[in-house]
Design a protein around this ligand. Structure first.
Ligand code: SF4
Length: 233
């Protein structure tokens, strides 16, 4: 509980979804319980070091200039919720003026950890793994009923089959989320895996034709960094 498995920690611009372009401190935790076919962070599953929470806290403090810049922190993986006790402790140490976003792969309940964290600016980005991942059957669907304002649901799509499934899932989720009305516009995000303008156009047409309140997010960091895996390499 006093230690965390860390794959990397770096500062960059957030590359996707609502915080795209935002200066961010990324904490990538090590280890994952899924095996997505297209995993682009295999290194986080396999290469990590275990460090004391207090050491990590001091490092974050130093890198963010005592939490002044950047003041947005993304905790990602791997799968952060595999280390939920330590993540709770870490979040409660972080200055309350910094926003924290925890990105999870969608296979583990979020309610427990959310209820334990007292930090005031906490949101979750929950992946829904589509057929091309090979891991859709691992999705913990009750998570999607527990979305709160500020949370996001993220679909990574690789092909047309994923698009069709995304629309089906969206229709089932949207019913549960009706109380969010216009704020639905900031909840759903779709990220194409392919750097292919024809696929991006197909995706845009698919969203509009099916009247989906889903936002397209081209992964900016992969365009800027040419799929370079680790910013600090
Ligand atoms: S959940 Fe993320 S880290 Fe885990 S296998 Fe899938 S893509 Fe890789």
């Amino acid at each position: 509980m006093d230690r965390l498995n860390i794959s990397e920690i770096f500062i960059g611009l957030s590359g996707e979804c609502r915080t795209k372009g935002t200066p961010t401190l990324f904490i990538r935790l090590g280890g994952c319980n899924l095996n997505c076919r297209y995993c682009d962070t295999l290194y986080a599953k396999q290469n990590y070091e275990t460090i004391l929470l207090v050491e990590l806290y001091n490092k974050i403090k130093e890198m963010t200039n005592n939490f002044s810049y950047p003041n947005h922190i993304i905790i990602t993986g791997g799968e952060p919720l595999l280390q939920s006790d330590a993540v709770v402790r870490l979040c409660d140490l972080i200055n309350p003026l910094c926003s924290i976003e925890i990105e999870t792969n969608g296979s583990i309940p979020i309610s427990d950890i959310r209820n334990k964290i007292e930090h005031p600016f906490l949101t979750f980005t929950i992946n829904y793994k589509l057929p091309s991942s090979g891991e859709e059957d691992k999705m913990y669907k009750d998570n999607f009923k527990e979305i709160e304002i500020g949370d996001q649901i993220k679909f990574v799509v690789f092909n047309k089959e994923d698009l069709i499934r995304m629309a089906e899932v969206y229709e089932t989720l949207v019913d549960d989320l009706k109380p969010f009305d216009v704020r639905l516009r900031n909840i759903f995000w779709v990220l194409p895996l392919k750097k292919d303008k024809n696929f991006w156009r197909l995706l845009e047409n698919f969203i509009l034709l099916n009247k989906l309140q889903i936002n397209l997010s081209i992964q900016q960091h992969k365009i800027i960094w040419d799929n370079k895996k680790k910013k600090n390499n």
